[in-house]
Design a protein around this ligand. Structure first.
Ligand code: NAP
Length: 246
């Protein structure tokens, strides 16, 4: 899709990142800001998105803190509309906000199953639909990035719910890519292996007991670097990135 921005030589391109308060999303926001993007940072914890935006500003970038829940259609739509109008368009959406829970099927309660579906699948659906509509309205857009997981193409014991959503997100991205093909908007599915973030503290696993070592995990900054490189590459487009530690 070509740029319809009247002052495109002056205005920065724009990235909207869900789950930008900490972990991978925060690193992606800072990395896009370093690449010259204005960044709209969305999550439920206002203090965390504000801290991300403060770090962006301190580094000389431009950011907008947006509080909301991706699973709430009205909240994410309002946030996309606000970013679109404040920044004059959205070039890149990063569907990063996610919920990670590990428990055997017979212990997976319905509320957790529904929360996984709402956060990891309905959230990207609401955000992407709003952003693609805004991109088409402005005649401008570059990429939709879905942060799935290695658990989006490999089954892991204890992850029936999480895997179902992350496989589903890859399917959503693969179908959307065909829908947008020829319009200049790339769709990139990102499938990271283990990344050292707070998600592991809250997931319900005793890491020491199962032999998972945080020092062997990737850093969020490494994942962010790979994503931004892939989005900014000229001439060829990455459709899927499977990321593992060295
Ligand atoms: N860490 C890993 O090993 C790993 C591996 C593969 C894939 N991933 C994926 O990477 C993404 C980021 O994970 P992370 O490890 O960086 O997790 P994290 O450190 O827990 O950060 C998650 C971010 O998402 C936000 N978030 C969660 N639920 C949300 C909701 N309903 N609405 C809006 N924001 C929400 C959180 O903020 P609030 O709680 O304040 O809303 C936070 O900013 C997830 O999709 C995860 O599945 C992680």
């Amino acid at each position: 899709m070509t740029s319809a921005r009247p002052d495109s030589r002056l205005a920065a391109p724009v990235a909207f990142i869900t789950g930008a308060g900490r972990g991978i999303g925060r690193a992606v926001a800072l990395r896009f800001a370093k690449a010259g993007y204005a960044v709209a940072c969305f999550a439920r914890s206002a203090d965390e998105v504000e801290a991300t935006v403060a770090a962006v500003t301190a580094a000389g970038g431009r950011g907008l803190a947006l509080r909301g829940d991706v699973a709430d259609e009205a909240q994410i739509e309002a946030a996309v509309a606000r970013a679109d109008s404040e920044f004059g368009g959205i070039d890149v959406l990063v569907n990063n906000a996610g919920l990670f829970r590990v428990r055997p099927l017979e212990e997976l309660d319905t509320a957790t199953w529904r929360a996984l579906l709402e956060t990891n699948l309905s959230g990207p659906f609401f955000a992407t639909r709003a952003v693609v509509r805004a991109m088409k309205a402005r005649g401008r857009g570059r990429a939709i990035v879905n942060v799935s997981s290695e658990a989006g193409k490999t089954g892991f014991a204890g992850s029936t719910g999480y895997c179902a959503t992350k496989y589903g997100l890859c399917g959503f991205g693969d179908a959307l890519r065909e829908e947008l093909r020829g319009r200049g908007i790339a769709v990139l599915n990102v499938l990271p292996g283990q990344v050292d973030t707070r998600a592991w503290d809250d997931c319900g696993l005793d890491l020491a007991r199962v032999g998972i070592r945080r020092e062997r995990m990737m850093r969020p900054e490494a994942v962010a670097d790979a994503i931004v490189h892939a989005v900014l590459a000229e001439g060829a487009v990455a459709e899927e990135l499977l990321l593992k530690p060295l």
